[in-house]
Design a protein around this ligand. Structure first.
Ligand code: DP6
Length: 336
C-alpha cells in the first residue's frame, strides 16, 4: 500500500469508429469482437476516491448529489473488485464530477469508469500498468477500457480459445494513425436513454436475427479501419465508421422487442451530413446508444462543419479532437 488514502483522476469519453456491441461474458465484460475508438478532448469526468477506514459502507456522489441507486451499486461492485486485489478492505467515498450528460449515448460511462479505475487503483495502492488499468476499467463499463488511453485505441476481444480471456481483453493505443480528424458532436438530446446500452446489448445478442451478420461485418470493418487509419485515408475511415454505426443500429432495431435510439432529429443530421458530402465536404456520421450524432471530418474542416450542422438543425455542435489518456491529477501523486 502507498500512504495515499485519496486520489483524483480525470478521463475523457471515447467514440467508437468500429463499435463494441455484444458481450461473450457479462460478468467479466468480455466483448465478442474488437472495437476501435477516438478518445475526445471534451466532456471530461473527474473522480475522487477517498478511503475511509472504519466506515460501514461506500458513499457515492455524482455532481454533488447522492448517486442513483443503480449507479451507486455499479460503483460499489467496482470498488469490491479493487478491494479484492488490494490488501485493504476500507470502504470509500467516491465523488464524481461530469461535464458530459450522463446516459445520453455520449460515452459518460467510458470516461467515468476510466477515471474511477485510475483513482481507485491509486487510492488503494494497486501497482497497475496501463494494460491492467484498461482491464480494470473494462469491468465497470466495456468501452471504458479504451478511455484509459488517449488518441485512437483498439480494445481486444479475447480469442475463442484464449486460456485466460480476462487477461487477453484490454485496450492499447494505436501509434501509427496518420489522419488529422475531429468529431463534431451534435447535441440533440442530453436526457438519459430509455434502454441502457447494457440491456440493449444483451437483448440484441439474444434476439436479433441480424446479430451474426453484424459480428462478421464488424470484424472485417476493424481490419479495414486499422489499415485506413495507418494509410491516412480519412474518406475510408469515415465510410467504414458510418456503415459500422448504421449496421449496429439496424441490428438493435431488429431485436425483439426492437430498440430504437435514432430519432427523426438524428435522421435530419444524417441528411445534412449527406448534403455536405454531396457539396464536396468530407464528413461521416456515427451514433451510439442515444439519438446524438457525431460527425467525423478533417481537423481543419471541424469549424465549418460544426457551423453548418448547428445552423441547419438549431442544435449545439461541439468540436472534439483527439484527447488525452486518463490520468491522476497531479496533487494526488504520480501515475504510471
Ligand atoms: C454503442 O461500454 O456502455 O457506445 O459494457 O455494458 O457498460 P457496457 O456497455 P458500454 O457500451 C458502449 C456501446 C457503444 C459502442 C462503443 O462504445 O463501442
Amino acid at each position: 500500500m502507498t500512504d495515499a488514502s485519496a486520489a483524483v483522476a480525470t478521463a475523457h469519453p471515447n467514440i467508437a469508429l468500429v463499435k463494441y456491441w455484444g458481450k461473450r461474458d457479462e460478468e467479466l465484460v468480455l466483448p465478442l469482437a474488437d472495437s476501435l475508438s477516438m478518445t475526445l478532448d471534451v466532456f471530461p469526468t473527474t473522480t475522487c476516491v477517498t478511503r475511509c477506514p472504519g466506515a460501514p459502507a461506500d458513499a457515492v456522489t455524482m455532481d454533488g448529489r447522492p448517486a442513483a441507486e443503480e449507479v451507486s451499486q455499479r460503483v460499489v461492485r467496482f470498488l469490491d473488485l479493487v478491494r479484492q486485489r488490494s490488501a485493504c478492505g476500507d470502504r470509500a467515498v467516491v465523488d464524481t464530477r461530469n461535464t458530459v450528460p450522463v446516459g445520453a449515448g455520449l460515452a459518460s460511462s467510458a470516461g467515468g469508469f476510466a477515471a474511477l479505475a485510475v483513482a481507485a487503483a491509486a487510492a488503494y495502492g494497486l501497482d497497475l500498468d496501463r494494460s491492467d488499468l484498461s482491464r480494470l476499467a473494462r469491468r465497470g463499463s466495456g468501452s471504458a477500457a479504451r478511455s484509459v488511453f488517449g488518441g485512437f485505441a483498439l480494445w481486444h476481444a479475447p480469442g475463442p480459445h484464449a486460456p485466460d480471456p480476462d487477461a487477453a481483453s484490454f485496450a492499447e493505443p494505436l501509434s501509427r494513425v496518420r489522419i488529422d480528424a475531429a468529431l463534431v458532436v451534435v447535441l440533440l438530446d442530453t436526457g438519459p436513454k430509455s434502454v441502457s446500452s447494457r440491456e440493449a446489448m444483451r437483448r440484441t445478442v439474444a434476439t436479433s436475427p441480424l446479430f451474426p451478420a453484424w459480428l462478421a461485418s464488424t470484424r472485417l470493418d476493424l481490419r479495414r479501419m486499422r489499415a485506413a487509419l495507418e494509410a491516412g485515408d480519412l474518406a475510408a475511415v469515415g465510410e467504414i465508421a458510418e456503415r459500422n454505426a448504421l449496421g449496429m443500429h439496424s441490428t438493435l432495431e431488429s431485436a425483439d422487442p426492437p430498440i430504437r435510439y435514432r430519432t427523426g432529429q438524428s435522421d435530419q443530421v444524417l441528411e445534412q451530413v449527406r448534403a455536405l458530402r454531396s457539396a464536396g465536404v468530407g464528413c461521416w456520421a456515427t451514433m451510439d446508444a442515444g439519438p446524438n450524432v457525431k460527425v467525423l471530418c478533417a481537423g481543419g474542416q471541424a469549424v465549418p462543419v460544426a457551423e453548418r450542422l448547428a445552423g441547419a438543425t438549431g442544435f449545439p455542435a461541439v468540436i472534439a479532437r483527439p484527447g488525452p489518456a486518463a490520468a491522476l491529477c497531479p496533487r494526488t501523486g504520480a501515475g504510471r
